[in-house]
Design a protein around this ligand. Structure first.
Ligand SMILES: [Zn+2]
Length: 454
């Protein structure tokens, strides 16, 4: 077999790996969108790098847009097969792709207004809501830990990756030209001792492993410190400075961890009495889906569920659905906490909240996840004195911070633990993907003693 890496190669977005068997069959692992890569983002997303109509079958590791975001484009360009994923991934991907289509259509509308004024021809969105709906019809459920034949000579097994609800590591048993080989694709690997999810599961011995490496050079702070960190920020920003605390958060995963941590503080009577807003219809919908899969929760949250039937909701938390309600938050003078998407602050309502609040030193912006180096979130984190948002320059006076304990990706200890179920002598090759080049070199040097063929 041959493997071509069409994304997440020496970078962390655009996950897309195409396997071509000797008999000509093509299997696509993920079809993710590139995000936060500045001017390179649009051309990278405009070209899949292969002919979609020649792909025979696709497997999706999890719902995050950097793994699923170009599925509507794949279908639009002629893919006619099934897309295998877990039941929770199917539900989450449906809402994330529809949201992504809205973003594509809105962005193009804005760009075309400008182009019309300059007498230039219109551009088309990457895909529309209709494309997204057609694509989600192809999502086909496979449960964890059940082998399934997805193509002649190709069997699939999902194991829990512990990264977000429904996330899976993908294992393929492929018989090609009379020879059977196994390939494992890690998807995104979660953490052992996550505050909500189960730990990543062990998996069958593989001949080839494609493995993520996002945090291959770092160790995270322990997650049980998250509620205390959040409390410090709420107290300093909202109680002492009477300002607004803006928290950009991924709709799936991070938002629920923040809500869970704030709920913990509330249960312990430690949560300051200010208003808390979840300003993202997508995050609200994702939270409802996640709540519908309690069987994927770990023992810690199962215990909380015994005394609190909604561990993501607490008094003082308000959901913001409409754009008008969201805009009203700009006119508030009272201190508050606003949790909104997207996590890298590249799109969504949080971008408006940052543009409205970044110039006031009473306020704070608290990053809670990985940010691509060119994204607005990364520019703020690296200490930019001025940032451009929607074409307008803003001086940065708000306090900028980050909580490092909240990553949904494992650190190098977690990733090494994930690999520990494998006999290194039987692994013919280990490919590192989904990481920046320097980080991968560092991770490779850590792994080299055990896996010398990466
Ligand atoms: Zn992910």
């Amino acid at each position: 077999m041959k493997i071509a890496f069409h994304g997440a190669a020496r970078t962390v977005t655009g996950s897309k790996h195409l396997i071509t068997l000797k008999n000509g069959k093509k299997i696509l692992l993920d079809c993710g969108m590139f995000q936060g890569m500045g001017k390179a983002t649009i051309p990278l997303n405009n070209d899949l790098g292969f002919d979609a109509s020649t792909v025979d079958v696709m497997v999706l590791s999890h719902a995050h847009i950097d793994h699923s975001g170009l599925i509507p484009k794949l279908v639009k360009e002629g893919y006619r097969g099934k897309i295998y994923c877990t039941p929770a991934t199917k539900d989450l991907t449906g809402v994330l792709l529809e949201d992504s289509a809205h973003i594509q259509e809105n962005d193009v509308r804005y760009v075309n207004k400008k182009r019309a004024a300059e007498g230039q021809p219109y551009v088309q969105p990457l895909y529309t809501l209709d494309d997204a709906k057609k694509a989600t019809e192809r999502l086909t459920e496979v449960k964890y830990n059940e082998w399934k034949t997805i193509e002649q000579g190709v069997e699939l097994l999902f194991t829990d990756a512990g990264h977000i609800i429904g996330s899976a590591c993908v294992h393929l048993r492929i018989t090609d030209n009379g020879k059977t080989e196994s390939l494992t694709f890690s998807g995104d690997i979660g953490r052992y001792r996550d505050i909500i999810l189960r730990s990543p599961d062990i998996f069958p011995q593989a001949d080839y492993i494609i493995m993520e490496s996002t945090y291959g050079n770092s160790l995270h702070e322990m997650q049980f410190t998250t509620p205390n960190h959040l409390l410090e920020w709420v107290e300093r920003t909202c109680v002492q400075k009477k300002g607004k605390l803006i928290i950009p958060a991924f709709s799936v995963g991070r938002t629920q961890e923040i809500l869970f941590a704030l709920n913990q503080l509330e249960l312990e009577n430690r949560l300051p009495k200010v208003d808390y807003f979840l300003d993202s219809p997508l995050s609200i919908e994702a939270t409802d889906i996640i709540k519908s899969y309690p069987q994927y929760f770990n023992k810690t949250i199962q215990k909380v569920l015994e005394k609190d039937n909604d561990p993501f909701k607490f008094p003082g938390l308000k959901y913001i659905q409409s754009v008008d309600q969201s805009k009203m938050l700009n006119f508030r003078n009272e201190p508050c906490v606003i949790i909104s998407a997207s996590g890298m602050a590249e799109a969504g309502r949080v971008k408006h909240h940052i543009s409205n609040n970044v110039e006031n030193s009473r306020n704070a912006i608290l990053m809670t996840g990985y940010c691509e180096p060119n994204s607005l979130g990364a520019r703020l984190q690296t200490g930019a004195k001025e940032v451009g948002i929607f074409g307008v320059a803003h001086e940065v006076h708000a306090e900028i911070g980050a909580i490092r304990s909240m990553s949904a990706h494992g650190d190098y200890e977690d990733m090494s633990q994930w690999l520990a179920c494998q006999n290194p002598k039987e692994v013919k090759r280990l490919f590192l993907v989904h990481g920046e080049y320097d980080v991968q070199q560092d991770f490779k040097s850590r792994l080299v003693k055990r896996f010398c063929r990466c």
